[in-house]
Write a protein that binds this ligand. Sequence first.
Ligand SMILES: *Cc1c(COP(=O)(O)O)cnc(C)c1O
Length: 223
Amino acid sequence: MSCEKLREVEERLQKACERAGRKREEVVLLGASKSVPAQRIREFYACGLSTFGENRVQEFLKKYQALEDIAIDWHFIGRLQSNKVKYILGKVSLIHSLDRDSLAQEINKRANVVQNVLIEVNVAGEKTKGGIVPENLLAFYQHLLSYKNLRVLGLMCIPPYTEDPEKARPYFAKLRELKEKLESEFLVKLPHLSMGMSTDFEVAIEEGATIVRIGTLLFGERR
Ligand SMILES: *Cc1c(COP(=O)(O)O)cnc(C)c1O
């Protein structure tokens, strides 16, 4: 059953890459596994999915321990409290949700090796959402360059919820443009755009996503 789900998503992913003229290897499929039991994650791993993203630190730590015998590439994708940073450093290869300087400071202070992060951008400027608003992104990125234990690999966004994936397209395009702007301003190459979820990952791939975060399609409704 897990393998079946994975194969369905994989097929859609491959088709979206083809339509966009992109290679399948350019896109990482991340299983957004919040509230999915460790045993199910293990099943999906056995089917060939190896990158998983968690939202809550306590829940992540339990699963991390329970699944220590397999080589999962763990990411952190949820809102992160500064006082919990110390628990996840060294356990996650990428933090997708860097959304404020106090968090960057804490990561920089606690990390023993360079921690890879993505800056979460509040693409629609929603009051209720975390993330750096586009107007402040360049200054924020520049400021982060002073932190030696932190490396920015790209940008992440969660656009406003909509049933119609086409409505998300302008936000995905905007995130790509912001990444290109950073690359040209700072003469750097940022490899990642983390965007696209169950309802809109195909559009996200067309707009340049390199990591799609998929929960519901793989694991079913959980909320
Ligand atoms: C839950 C979650 C996802 C996956 O959402 P689905 O709609 O279930 O695919 C992606 N990104 C983040 C940050 C999430 O919290």
